[in-house]
Design a protein around this ligand. Sequence first.
Ligand code: HEC
Length: 161
Amino acid sequence: MRAIEFCAAVALCIVPSSQLLAADEVSVERGLYVSIIGGCHFCHTEGYREADGKIDPEKALKGSSIGWQGPWGTTYAANLRDSAMGFNEDKWVDHLKNKVNLPPMPWYQVQAMSDSDLRSIYLYIKSLGPPGELAPFYREPGKEPRTPYVTLVPPQTPKKK
Ligand code: HEC
């Protein structure tokens, strides 16, 4: 290795980037960040998609009254402010590491998160204020929802030629 390349490599190693340090950070700010890149607001914050990703602090993570209907029945993105009320930070991490939900909740993505991600999401949710109303209750398959809903059909296997 030539000296100039060696210096560049060492410089990269010894200058800690703030992003790398932030990976273990547990904070409300990090929780906001993870909730955005994790897509939680996409379903759990009403009006988020319509507002091109602008979070209304009044509605943030309070759940949604628009159902997701499929072979599993009709589910509603839960009011996470209310969900978090039943847990302390440690129990929240345990709960999310083990919880399997009905579609379209991407529970497998949440299970893949680091403890610091899950702790930060908890702190962020707790910072948001009172939970307000619950999301509508799950409806079994065949039962017509009383709210607007999105229909998700199972993936169609392309026909073989
Ligand atoms: C595509 C929509 C969608 C996305 C994205 C999504 N969720 Fe959900 N989530 C749901 C639905 C629908 C339910 C209800 C599932 C059920 O009834 O089993 C749910 C349920 C949950 C629950 C269970 C709440 C309870 O009280 O039982 C938690 C916790 C949760 N979501 C957290 C998250 C987090 C954290 C993220 C972001 C990383 C996220 N969700 C992203 C749709 C979504």
